[in-house]
Write a protein of this length. Sequence first.
Length: 109
Amino acid sequence: MSLHVRKNDTVMVISGSEKGKQGKVIKVAPATAEKPARVWVEKLRLVKKHTKAGQGTRTGGIVEKEAPIAISNVLPICPKEDRPRRVRHKVVDGSRVRVCVKCGEAFAS
């Protein structure tokens, strides 16, 4: 399954409470039968998690971490135009490449 967003892409959130914010994708989870595809974006949609102290070095406390965002709510930033754009998949030299719909610029893989 090919997704329009990959790890290390810079994306903009286009819907929800984080609308208009940009960040770097740190994790992508493809869709399953139970859940839609999700992405984790650096420093966006932070939630507080209460952790219990464990053996060794882990200390207890409240930790802030990123929560997933539905992949349909983010668009990658075009490297040429520096704006959020939709992506088209194209075959170039025998390999599939993601390209910007507007300008045709290839996204870094």
